[in-house]
Design a protein around this ligand. Structure first.
Ligand code: PBG
Ligand code: ZN
Length: 327
C-alpha cells in the first residue's frame, strides 16, 4: 500500500485538460448593458471600471463588439431622462429600453435580448415598487410590472427578467405575456436576490441610487437565509419561471449548489457590480492578476452549479478564451 498519487491527474497540461470537470465557455455568459436616454455619447462608470452608460447613438458599437466576440445574450438596464412616482417611462412604447430593443434586433436578430424588469431606475423615489403611505404596494406594483413586461415583449425582447423581488411577480408577468400571445417570451426570475452590500456600483450605473433613501430589506432576502431561498425558487418555478437566478453569486455559492441539487431548471447567477469592482480595484492596486482572478471567480460559480452567469467580465472572458478575436 502506497499513499494516493493525485499528481497523476495533473502533472502535465494534457492530463489537466483531459481530467477537467467543468469548462467555461462564451456560451455561459450574459453581458449587462446600461442605456442612458439623456446621453449623446457613451460615458464610463467610475465605480464600475471598463463599463459604460451607452447612448442610443453608440449602442450599436457595443452590440457589434459583443456579437463579434461570440456573446449570445445581453441583459438591458435603462436610465430614463424623466422619472416619476410610478415609473411611467418604463412602459412608454417610445421609452429608452423599447428603442434599444428595436435597435438591437435590427442589427443582431439572433442575439438573445433580456430585459431587466424593475421600477427602481424609473421611479423618482428609487424604490423597486409603487409606494403607498410609506409602504410598498405589492399588488399595484404587479400591475405595473405586467404592463412593462408586455411593453418589452412588444418591442422584441426574448426574455423578461423581473429583478424587484415582488411577491407574485412571475405569475403576474406570465399571465400578462400569455394574454398578449407572447408564449415564446421566457422569464428569468431574480428568484433568490439578497439584500446585499455589493450593489453599490450598479446603483451609480443605473441611476437607481440617486434619490434613494432607505433600504431594500423589506423585499430582498436577508443574507442569513438559505432554506428561504428554496421556498423562493420553488414559488417562482410554480408561477412559471423558466430560469431561476441567484444574486449575488460569489458570496452565495452554497445557495447555487443547493438549488442545483434540488431543481432541474436552468440556474443563472449574477456576479454583481461589487464583486466585479472589488476584483478591478485589487488588480489596479497591483494585488491580483486579473485573468487568474476573473477565471477563478467565474469557474467557482459554474462549479457550484450555475448554467448561466451574468457578469461585467463577459467580454473580457470572451477575449481571454479566443485571444485572436478583436473588438
Ligand atoms: C434593480 C437591480 C439591482 C441589480 C440588478 N437589478 C440593484 C438593486 O437591487 O439595488 C444589481 C446588479 C449589480 O449590482 O450588478 N432591481
Ligand atoms: Zn429594483
Amino acid at each position: 500500500m502506497t499513499y494516493s498519487q493525485f499528481h497523476r491527474y495533473r502533472h502535465t497540461q494534457s492530463l489537466r485538460d483531459l481530467f477537467q470537470e467543468k469548462t467555461l465557455t462564451v456560451n455561459d455568459v450574459i453581458l449587462p448593458i446600461f442605456i442612458h436616454e439623456s446621453l449623446t455619447q457613451k460615458k464610463e462608470i467610475a465605480s464600475l471600471p471598463g463599463m459604460f452608460q451607452w447612448s442610443l447613438a453608440d449602442l450599436s458599437d457595443e452590440i457589434k463588439s459583443a456579437v463579434d466576440l461570440g456573446i449570445k445574450a445581453v441583459i438591458l438596464f435603462g436610465i430614463p431622462s424623466k422619472k416619476d412616482d410610478i415609473g411611467s417611462e418604463a412602459d412608454n412604447p417610445n421609452g429608452i429600453i423599447q428603442k434599444a430593443i428595436t435597435l438591437i434586433k435590427s442589427i443582431a436578430p439572433h442575439l438573445v435580448v433580456i430585459a431587466d424588469t424593475c421600477l427602481c431606475e424609473y421611479t423618482s423615489h428609487g424604490h423597486c415598487g409603487i409606494q403607498k403611505d410609506g409602504h410598498l404596494d405589492n399588488p399595484k406594483t404587479l400591475t405595473r410590472l405586467a404592463s412593462i413586461a408586455v411593453s418589452y415583449a412588444n418591442a422584441g425582447a426574448d426574455m423578461i427578467a423581473p429583478s424587484g423581488m415582488m411577491d407574485g411577480m412571475v405569475l403576474a408577468i406570465r399571465e400578462a405575456l400569455d394574454h398578449h400571445h407572447y408564449h415564446r417570451v421566457s422569464i428569468m426570475s431574480y428568484s433568490v436576490k439578497y439584500a446585499s452590500g455589493l450593489y453599490g456600483p450598479f446603483r451609480d450605473a443605473a441611476g437607481s441610487g440617486d434619490n434613494f433613501k432607505g433600504n431594500r430589506n423589506h423585499h430582498q432576502m436577508n443574507i442569513t437565509q438559505s432554506r428561504e431561498a428554496i421556498l423562493e425558487a420553488e414559488a417562482d418555478i410554480q408561477e412559471g419561471a423558466d430560469i431561476i437566478m441567484v444574486k449575488p453569486a460569489g458570496t452565495y455559492l452554497d445557495i447555487i449548489c443547493k438549488l442545483r441539487d434540488r431543481f432541474n431548471h436552468p440556474i443563472a447567477a449574477y456576479q454583481v457590480s461589487g464583486e466585479y469592482s472589488m476584483l478591478k480595484a485589487a488588480v489596479k492596486a497591483g494585488i491580483l492578476d486579473e485573468e487568474k482572478a476573473m477565471i477563478e471567480s467565474l469557474a467557482a460559480i459554474k462549479r457550484a452549479g450555475a448554467d448561466l452567469i451574468i457578469t461585467y467580465y463577459a467580454k473580457q472572458l470572451a477575449k481571454y478564451l479566443s485571444p485572436t478575436l478583436q473588438t
